[in-house]
Ligand binder design. Structure first.
Ligand SMILES: C[S@@+](CC[C@H](N)C(=O)[O-])C[C@H]1O[C@@H](n2cnc3c(N)ncnc32)[C@H](O)[C@@H]1O
Length: 252
């Protein structure tokens, strides 16, 4: 299984490849939430901060919390000039905020990695009636990128359980949220050039035991096979894998 604990190793790839997609999603969530200027919101697993930056630019007071130190340092620098935005380094399972201290909380491809405690914590820190919106992968192969890697080399399977709408609803309801509704959410994404695909996503792959077990020859073979697959997608010989995620909305 890909090591999801080492999010910091993904920082350059997150800035370049993940954030344009999650930024699109962040904008859509904020549009739909339609919070009044001055509302105080929390972004759990803020990462490089697309939702934090978008929220501050809409006049929302926003705190981005993340467990990855390097990523949080990056985000702290990024928002230093934004008076409405701040960051904290903390585990989503033990949020360092009093009860009912936010009007809304968001988490894009993050809280569900952190485990059920993160949902309970989001419920605790959002005031009664406040909004929560959580996005997570719908499929066991997660992103289009990890799907391409997994399907090209099954030893590199991601092995995350697929999340059904019923599971997602049950997770939020179990954490005490009401008015829970789950819907598919999709977004565009950029694909690295064929010859650069493995290089760009190497931080994700190198922590995988299946990759570590490969010989140099096998690794070169993986590089060639991934490039060939991406080239087929580029030329339209193969369909581009869709971005398949779900968004769960609820009220604290
Ligand atoms: C795929 S990134 C998404 C980042 C950002 N939300 C975005 O939309 O671009 C997942 C983020 O969740 C964070 N994360 C994972 N587990 C966490 C936990 N237990 N507490 C806080 N953050 C966590 C990671 O450090 C990483 O920055």
């Amino acid at each position: 299984m890909i090591d999801l604990d080492h999010h910091d190793s993904m920082l350059p790839a997150a800035v370049k490849w993940i954030e344009p997609t999650t930024g699109e999603i962040a904008g859509r969530l904020l549009d739909e939430a339609a919070l009044p200027a001055g509302a105080r919101i929390l972004d759990v697993g803020a990462g490089t901060g697309p939702l934090v930056v978008a929220a501050a630019s809409r006049g929302l007071e926003v705190v981005g919390v993340d467990i990855a130190p390097l990523t949080t340092t990056y985000l702290t620098g990024r928002v230093a000039a934004l008076p409405l935005a701040s960051t904290d380094l903390a585990d989503a399972n033990a949020l360092p905020y009093p009860d009912d201290s936010f009007d809304a909380a968001f988490s894009v491809l993050a809280a569900m990695y952190a485990g059920p405690g993160a949902l309970t914590e989001m419920r605790r820190v959002v005031r009664p009636g406040g909004t929560v919106a959580i996005v997570h992968w719908a499929r066991s192969y997660m992103s289009p990128y990890t799907r391409i890697i997994w399907e090209t080399s099954p030893e590199l399977a991601v092995n995350l359980p697929a999340l059904t709408p019923a599971d997602f609803t049950a997770a939020l309801t179990g954490a005490g949220f009401t008015d829970v509704r789950v819907a598919p959410i999709t977004a565009g994404y950029a694909l690295p050039a064929a010859d650069e695909f493995l290089l760009e996503f190497s931080p994700f792959v190198i922590t995988h035991p299946g990759y570590r077990a490969m010989s140099p020859t096998q690794r070169a073979g993986l590089d060639t096979a991934l490039a060939a697959r991406v080239r087929r997608i580029e030329t339209g010989e193969e369909p581009r894998p869709p971005f398949e995620a779900l968004v769960a909305w609820g009220r604290a």
